[in-house]
Design a binder for this molecule. Structure first.
Ligand code: ADP
Length: 340
């Protein structure tokens, strides 16, 4: 749909340019007043191009105008002095094109960011309402089935079925916890911490899951890291999420490396794996809520991780490794400019 409307916009721009150029080429050059009006008409496709396509549109229109108007201007060239006004007008035209394009693009980005925030807030509200309603019946099912499991004869045939009920209920409970977490406003409880200690804790916690999946966890800490003021449990949640994702993406026998290091104004922690990597579609969407490629995933992990990192005034990004897998990077600034 968007492609179709972009297509018709390009057609409109081309038609406008052609009409204006036609007027120039087929009007006697002596009719200066007419030509001055036609030159002003060039602003029409320029404004439209900038608003529809941002900087690219502005550049495209102004280059086309210069290219196609140049033969006409050369034909009628009367010397630098008499055509100085036209040259000045051309320069002004390009200058306005760049400003318009830049402003239109900035506005579009700001609006997209605002829409994203509004969308996230609406999704968060809906998710937490659903999760809230699911919490009580789930707790009842989980609680009773665990009780029955304990009381049931270990050799009973139903014991196996009940084990599945209990483990599936636990999985649902952790999904509901994640959904509730997603909907809750983030309140940070900052204390002075050592990032290396948190990384070590997370590796210890993730070790059993890694062992079961046949993955080796390697921790490479930078001993020169000074203490930093962060929300300990939230940062732990971020790192654990990245490590668990890395384990789940890796085939048995591979290694996941967790590195901490110092940057100029921030500390960085990286989680690097040699797993299946992220598809092209996924690269755009991994931080979107509910984007998941896992059978049992909620797709909320990375969007919560992003919220936490940004609440600390930090940044999260990822890149493909040159050989295999991906590396997620979290930067946490020393001077945290955040509202929370
Ligand atoms: P979930 O783990 O529930 O799927 P996440 O938000 O944590 O939710 O992750 C979203 C998706 O991002 C995953 O389903 C997966 O496709 C992709 N992803 C995250 N981390 C990695 C990784 N290290 N390697 C490959 N894909 C990843």
């Amino acid at each position: 749909m968007a492609l179709k409307s972009n297509h018709s916009r390009i057609v409109i721009l081309c038609v406008l340019l052609l009409v204006i150029l036609f007027l120039h080429y087929f009007t006697l050059h002596d009719l200066e007043f007419h030509h001055a009006i036609y030159r002003t008409l060039f602003y029409l496709p320029l404004v439209l191009g900038s608003f529809w396509f941002g900087l690219k549109g502005a550049a495209g229109v102004s280059i086309s105008v210069i290219l196609f108007y140049l033969p006409y201007a050369t034909l009628q060239w009367q010397g630098l002095q008499s055509d100085f006004e036209v040259i000045l007008e051309g320069g002004l035209y390009v200058f306005i094109a760049l400003i318009l394009g830049y402003l239109a693009e900035k506005e579009r980005k700001e609006q997209a960011a605002m829409r994203r925030v509004e969308k996230l807030a609406a999704i968060g509200k809906a998710v937490s309402e659903i999760a809230h309603d699911m919490k009580t019946p789930l707790m009842t099912i989980g609680g009773f089935s665990r009780q029955v499991e304990r009381n049931l004869n270990a050799k009973s045939l139903d014991q196996k079925k009940l084990k599945i009920i209990v483990s599936e209920t636990s999985r649902l409970e952790s999904m509901v916890r994640e959904m509730l977490d997603f909907g809750k406003p983030l309140v940070l409880n900052r204390t002075e911490i050592q990032l290396n200690d948190i990384a070590q804790d997370c590796v210890t916690i993730a070790e059993p899951e890694a062992r079961e999946a046949g993955i080796r966890l390697e921790l490479q800490t930078d001993p020169s890291l000074p203490p930093i003021t962060l929300d300990r449990s939230r940062v732990k949640q971020v790192l654990l999420n990245l490590i668990v994702n890395a384990i789940q993406a890796s085939p048995p026998g591979e290694e996941v490396i967790i590195r901490t290091n110092m940057r100029k104004d921030s500390m960085r922690v990286e989680v690097s794996d040699r797993g299946h990597g992220i598809s092209e579609d996924g690269e755009e969407r991994v931080f979107e809520p509910f984007f998941t490629t896992k059978r049992n995933g909620t797709g909320l992990g990375l969007s919560i991780v992003k919220q936490i990192v940004e609440a600390h005034g930090g940044e999260i990004s990822f890149s493909r490794n040159s050989t295999k897998g991906v590396t997620f990077r979290v930067s946490l600034p020393f001077n945290q400019q955040s509202a929370r």
